[in-house]
Design a protein around this ligand. Sequence first.
Ligand code: G6P
Length: 366
Amino acid sequence: GAVELGPFRHFMQKEIFEQPQAITDTIPAVDAFSPALFGERGAAVLPGIQRILILACGTSYYAGLCAKYWLESIARIPTEVEVASEYRYRDSVPNPEALVITISQSGETADTLAALKHAQQLGHTHTLAVCNVASSAMVRLTEMAFLTHAGREIGVASTKAFTTQLTALFILAATLGKLHGQVDAATEAAYLKQLRHLPAALNSVLALEPQIISWSEEFSRKENALFLGRGLHYPIALEGALKLKEISYIHAEAYPAGELKHGPLALVTEAMPVVTVAPNDTLLEKLKSNMQEVRARGGQLYVFADADTHIESSDGIHVIRMPEHYGPLSPILHTVPLQLLAYHTACARGTDVDKPRNLAKSVTVE
Ligand code: G6P
């Protein structure tokens, strides 16, 4: 049936605010990390998986990049991630034992489907779809599936589909970790508790909207922006930059913060806003020195810092403090303010937020 906008200005805003519910709907059956969550073949196949290859496009590809960090650190399984349109035409060296994971909101993206078929032709038999549409071609083609329950996503720029994909991929990493003896009972209990807390944590991040609106006015007058993150939050920086360029048409690029000195620092002037995802993890001290490099060149810093980081607002440094420190699920929470920043910047510029020029919701032709 028809989806109503309710109190929201655009579907994208509505969908950003639906994320606590979308994640609640995606995790109801998860009271333990069981291979059965991935379908009938899960219990037979997942314990034997020693390598993973992830294939996807667009925002779904960034979910895959984030998953690599989880799959390697939590499950200790070597993982490669590749853009589907590259993989399908590349002369790769296949390892048919590897589990191929395709990630797609629609399950109909032409390049991702073609990449999946290409992998199957190269001998891969173990395939898993992380997908939002149960009746899609992708779910029909794969051996296993985990369905995200984001509900229908209308805004062309993906929001709730992305955070439910991340949730699904975290559950996969924890499940493989448990099957491979890397996640003990205490860790499993802690992860489950953090997962169940996610919707409430997302609600407190959504409550930051007024602070983000206050940044968006200045942002809307920029023509370029840099996004920095490290580790697990580098893919989130990529996603933040993609959201901004898709809907506000501001040129945005994301870098792992350590790469700043190898090129993008040359672009930093007073005119360049630099958005930094700065959770309080082990790389924070290094990130702080990257931020000094930006300030020394007059760049304006916009920092999303965790509650327990000692980064204060000062001249040229604007800080929004996240409500908590979120542990391994932090990328999911840090995605939300970046979505809101892109959204309100686009609104301030008056673009067609739900239908940005030249883009389609589902790219079913090559
Ligand atoms: C299009 C959409 C993006 C999406 C990408 C992949 O480019 O505009 O939002 O991330 O396709 O779509 P999929 O349905 O495969 O996740």
